[in-house]
Design a protein around this ligand. Structure first.
Ligand code: F6P
Length: 402
């Protein structure tokens, strides 16, 4: 496939009733507002603000930030295009921008950025903790004990798949013989460049230049996605594939379940408390955090409503220095290749040609954006009659550009 930058395809907008993006704006966002309103005993002021957001996101327009907004935040949103979109319907601005801004407004409505009692209270925390505490998480962590007996390469592959399918909140390293086993998952991969990833991250002593090797992992969801991401990082450190890792998390709650530094601490404590192999992974990570081999970033751009092509210079420098940057999840994929109606056979390498270093995407498919399919794969997916392959999370991809 060619690496020449592709002709830009149309940007996705949520203005077409019946389309997936329209459904997110018209149904999912109001449902999220109602759910958050119910989950906390907010007083009249916060309830009024949530009701106003509910009315705005269904029938209203994007509004300028409120007068009380922090000046730095105001400047950021000015840079991120709010002046161009204020006054326009949520359904008429780029879908990526509308969704991202919705979460910013939701945090305003619950008083997250204010000076009152709700300051810093994550409105999604109850749901995140419930997932982390679910019995399924116990079972999945216990399944880690079985990995120790696998040949090294298989263990590495199982942990990669765990991180990949964790994007569907479903720890894929479970090696059960049921219909959700590894083999089915491999068949559900619409692209698999994992060999290229292992060429970038060989085990210690194999084909390495002697320079310290850094993995940037741009995380996605907390709980049952972040846990297998952490396991993968711990494993790559132990295997000597990397010397250090930088975990990019969100500076504030976002897209319901996105991982913040507080969620990292919850996940880590969960691992350490689990006993068995899970605890050993957790302890390894704990010590890697304390001695600086693993560091955490919560860059404002991680919550920006823009594609990574617009990343600021400091982030560009970090990604330039990484041996490989792995972006997890659907939203990061949309931001990586651009939230556009690409023809599915558009080259992934070309769409990510601007990225300042080797880059990999691990994603289950949960929105319409797709690149890098072979013509045969695209034809098979279309012929399968399964219309929702792009959005239902049943398919996944591992794509790499060196
Ligand atoms: O958690 P992920 O994999 O980034 O998925 C979030 C996805 O959910 C949505 O917010 C709504 O479906 C998508 O826009 C987004 O891409």
């Amino acid at each position: 496939m060619s690496d020449t930058p592709p002709e830009p395809a149309p940007v996705i907008v949520g203005d077409e009733p019946g389309s997936f993006p329209h459904g997110v704006l018209a149904e999912r966002h109001p449902a999220i507002v109602r759910q958050v309103r119910k989950a906390f005993p907010f007083g009249p002021e916060r309830r009024k603000a949530l009701d106003a957001l509910l009315a705005s996101c269904t029938d209203g327009v994007v509004e300028p930030l409120p007068a009380g907004a922090d000046a730095r935040d105001r400047d950021r949103w000015a840079d991120w295009g709010i002046d161009a979109y204020a006054g326009r319907s949520w359904f008429d601005v780029p879908w990526l921008w509308a969704e991202s801004h919705f979460y910013r407004r939701l945090l305003d409505a619950v008083g997250y950025f204010g000076t009152g009692a709700w300051q810093g209270v994550d409105p999604f925390r109850p749901a995140k903790l419930a997932e982390l505490d679910a019995p399924e998480t116990d079972e999945e962590l216990a399944a880690l004990d079985g990995l120790a007996d696998l040949p090294a390469d298989e263990r590495t592959r199982a942990l990669l798949h765990g991180s990949l399918w964790g994007n569907r909140a479903d720890l894929g390293f479970r090696l059960s013989g049921s219909g959700t086993g590894t083999q089915d998952r491999v068949q559900a991969l619409v692209a698999d460049d994992s060999d290229m990833l292992w060429e970038l991250l060989p085990p210690a002593g194999k084909g390495t230049s002697g320079r310290p090797r850094t993995l940037c992992l741009v995380a996605d969801n907390a709980g049952r996605e972040l846990v297998p991401d952490l396991l993968l990082v711990a494993h790559l450190l132990e295997r000597g594939s990397i010397d250090r890792a930088v975990l990019h998390l969100k500076p504030y709650p976002y897209y319901v379940s996105d991982a913040t530094p507080a969620d990292l601490m919850d996940a880590l404590r969960r691992l350490v408390a689990a006993g068995g192999a899970a605890a050993a992974y957790g302890e390894r990570l704990w010590s890697a955090l304390t001695d600086g081999r693993v560091t955490v970033r919560a860059h404002p751009f991680s919550c920006a409503p823009l594609p990574y092509a617009d990343m600021p210079d400091d982030l560009r420098e970090e990604f330039t220095a990484a041996t490989v940057t792995v972006l997890k999840g659907d939203l990061n994929y949309r931001r990586l290749v651009g939230d556009r109606w690409w023809p599915p056979t558009t080259s992934f390498a070309a769409a990510t040609g601007y990225f300042p270093g080797p880059v990999a995407a691990l994603r289950t498919l949960k929105s319409d954006v797709i690149t890098g399919l072979s013509p045969d794969t695209e034809a098979a997916l279309v012929a399968s009659g399964e219309q929702r392959w792009r959005t239902s999370g049943t398919h996944a991809l591992i794509q790499v550009r060196r």
